[in-house]
Ligand binder design. Structure first.
Ligand code: UDP
Length: 370
């Protein structure tokens, strides 16, 4: 059987890399990788670390890219790849424009389409934008749905997807993380060495990331205001913030947070250095989906800067707390975790609802038995 695994952004690459490498162990499958390169630099860093060489590289990233032309380009360019390779199964991931456009292109070409990380929903088609609509469309198109949790399976059942086409697998991000977490601690890596020289290990580290469109504008201004207050009132704390390259994020963050002693603004980190930094952190403040899933496996409490979430399991399990972009709430919850050791320890010992690192094995076993 011929597999084509398609992805385009950093988080998709991290979450698909273990599936690519696991499939390559099985001779009965011919597995090829196609990248749209919706993100270029951040994607290549991940490919490097997982030693994946794409068989097809559409290299579609353009300056000031809009969703319309990106979608059109992906569909057009993928047609050539699909015509040439004629895959039996195509695998798409999550909720990006690559996911949505690749599903429709593959469906038109007659492949069976498999959705990895299926069934996450806010059920508000405009939030997050465009992720929610991307994943809903992919959900309609795909033939097989690999849901990370029971909640995500239930969302799919509510949309009348046949139960036999859904498998609860856990999230492949945990497969990637467990494989990487030990490797990064003793690997020789330039960025990790740089981090070691930048960070004051005698202080409690707060790791911050953020990129969601819904937080652009006032959201990021509030986030920065809160971080500044935290830094000023807790001198024993150091905030490390790898700032996303999107100008809507970069501009306010550098304007508001430069020149504060205990706030270190750095460029986005390659995945191994980021995993190293997560392990070194005391707590994480983020709006990232992937980081919410990863952090509990490393015992790190997470404050999530969003009002709605497609990851209710994390809130229910108590591994994350939703703080939105409300300045008081971010400051209050951070100070509580900094001051109350018992509360902190209880949160860091909670079970991760996103899986056990065997998601890829489950996916492959399902496909083998079709
Ligand atoms: N990540 C990384 N470097 C960074 C920030 C995040 O490698 O500087 C990784 C992180 O470990 C996670 C993924 O990127 O696996 C999350 O990506 P992002 O927050 O961009 O997207 P989301 O998960 O929200 O879709």
């Amino acid at each position: 059987k011929k597999n084509l695994i398609i992805f385009g952004t950093r988080p998709e690459a991290i979450k698909m890399a273990p599936l690519v490498n696991e499939f390559k162990k099985y001779n009965e499958f011919e597995t090829k990788v196609c990248v749209t390169a919706q993100h270029r630099e951040m994607l290549d860093q991940v490919l490097d670390f997982f030693q994946i060489k794409p068989d097809f590289d559409l290299n579609l990233m353009k300056p000031d890219q809009n969703l319309h032309s990106l979608t059109a380009d992906i569909i057009n360019e993928l047609k050539n790849v699909l015509d040439q390779f004629k895959p039996d199964f195509v695998y798409v991931h999550g909720d990006t424009t690559t996911t949505m456009a690749a599903s429709i292109a593959s469906f038109y070409s007659g492949a069976k389409v498999c959705h990895v990380e299926a069934g996450l929903r806010t059920n508000d088609k405009r939030s997050p934008f465009p992720e929610e609509i991307n994943r809903q469309i992919a959900g309609r198109i795909c033939d097989y749905h690999f849901a990370p949790t029971i909640d995500s399976k239930n969302n799919l059942l509510q949309e009348n997807i046949d139960e036999k086409d859904i498998l609860v697998t856990g999230n492949t991000v945990i497969d990637a993380l467990l494989d990487s977490a030990n490797r990064v601690m003793d690997m020789q890596n330039e960025e990790i060495e740089l981090l070691k020289s930048l960070i004051n290990v005698n202080k409690k580290l707060i790791l911050v990331t953020g990129h969601r469109r819904e937080n652009h504008g006032q959201g990021f201004i509030n986030i920065c205001t809160a971080l500044k207050q935290i830094a000023i009132s807790n001198k024993d704390v150091e905030i490390i913030y790898p700032v996303h390259l999107n100008p809507n994020v970069k501009k306010p963050v550098y304007e508001l947070l430069s020149n504060i002693d205990n706030i270190k603004l750095i460029t986005p980190l390659p995945y191994p250095a980021f995993v190293w930094l997560m392990k070194k952190s005391y707590l994480i403040i983020t709006d990232s989906g992937g980081v919410q899933e990863e952090a509990p496996s490393l015992g790190k409490p997470v404050l999530v800067m969003r009002d709605t979430t497609e990851r209710p399991e994390a809130v229910e399990a108590g591994t994350v707390i939703l703080v939105g972009t409300n300045v008081e709430k971010i400051v209050l919850e951070t100070n509580k975790l900094l001051a109350d050791t018992e509360y902190y320890t209880a949160m860091s010992e909670l079970h991760n609802p996103y899986g056990d690192g065997k998601a890829c094995e489950r996916i492959i076993s399902f496909i083998k038995h079709l």
